[in-house]
Design a protein around this ligand. Structure first.
Ligand code: C2E
Ligand code: CA
Ligand code: CA
Ligand code: CA
Length: 275
């Protein structure tokens, strides 16, 4: 049994080694991805539940690796954050999304994910400010999505940067609300413009009493604090019906559309779609 145990340990150890090597390879490849057009953005519509119309899009990054094919953001974003590559990647995402949105005929919102590392970078606000001038995108059309975890790393720096971002007229959404280091005091401490309820609460909200209670409570909180609520990850009509009954402000999810290349939404961004 002892020998078997050691053998098992050795297998485990070599798997760990393989994982570490794989991570290094990905890190290396990510550096070249940044300069060789392997990254792209897809866009997912955000829908105003009162009017039923698309109010904007969330930009989501995609990596098409030359050998591996599509590498999911859940794999490469953490690597980018740990290595600092997220700064370059984040600037690319922000520039690409703002340039894209500036070209739309319809004045829709563009939501961009910003990671903790970016938010804490000293030049973040100056970069965004300059980008708005360069692209001609109105600040009011840009929304940055930040998780609570991003805020608490260095509260003072994060708060200072957020205040400056808001002073430019840019909107700020709290992403993945209800997960991670959630604390209600964050809602009071930080100047968010809206809350995105994490998809884990929306999933099967129509037949899960606990999820329903939590979503109702968050919607009540939103009303009390005058903060609009967007429900993430709506996949089914039953979930949408629940949210409409409970007067949720906005929603996003596969029920409406998967994230797609912007060409899929040409009618919407040209303002000629009939919804
Ligand atoms: P997120 O910001 O919470 O984005 C929502 C994720 O849920 C996206 O996954 C989206 O494709 C997926 N999704 C949307 N609707 C549905 C639905 O109805 N059902 C299900 N099952 N999933 C849905 P994605 O694109 O794989 O991104 C994962 C995460 O990676 C994002 O979570 C975000 O944290 C991060 N990420 C993606 N793009 C960027 C980026 O440009 N910058 C940064 N910093 N992070 C990004
Ligand atoms: Ca997001
Ligand atoms: Ca989210
Ligand atoms: Ca998430």
């Amino acid at each position: 049994a002892k020998a078997e145990g050691r053998g098992t340990y050795r297998v485990f150890e070599s798997q760990m080694g393989a994982q570490v090597r794989d991570r290094r390879l990905l890190e290396h490849d990510l550096r070249s991805a940044l300069v060789s057009r392997q990254l792209s953005l897809v866009y997912q519509p955000q829908v105003d539940l009162e009017t039923g119309e698309v109010s904007g899009f969330e930009a989501l990054v995609r990596w098409n690796h030359p050998e591996r094919g599509a590498v999911p953001p859940s794999t490469f974003i953490p690597i980018a954050e740990e290595t600092g590559l997220i700064l370059q990647l984040g600037e690319w995402v922000m520039r690409t999304a703002c340039t894209q949105a500036a070209g739309w005929t319809a004045p829709l919102m563009i939501a961009v994910n910003v990671s903790a590392v970016q938010l804490h970078a000293p030049n973040f606000v100056a970069f965004v400010e300059k980008l708005l001038v360069e692209t001609g995108l109105a600040a009011e059309r840009l929304e940055i999505e930040i998780t609570e975890t991003a805020m608490i790393r260095n509260m003072n720096r994060a708060l200072a940067n957020l205040r400056q971002i808001k002073a430019l007229g840019i909107r700020v959404a709290m992403d993945d609300f209800g997960t991670g280091y959630s604390s209600l005091s964050n809602l009071r401490a930080f100047p968010f413009d809206r809350i995105k309820v994490d998809q884990s609460f929306i999933r099967s909200v129509h037949d899960n009493d606990q999820s329903a209670a939590i979503v109702r409570a968050v919607l009540g909180l939103g009303k009390g604090l005058n903060l609009p609520i967007l429900a993430e990850g709506v996949e089914r009509l039953e979930e949408l019906d629940f949210l409409k009954d409970e007067i949720c402000d906005a929603a996003q999810g596969y029920w409406f559309s998967r994230p797609e290349d912007i060409s899929a939404f040409e009618d919407v961004v040209r303002g000629t779609s009939k919804t």
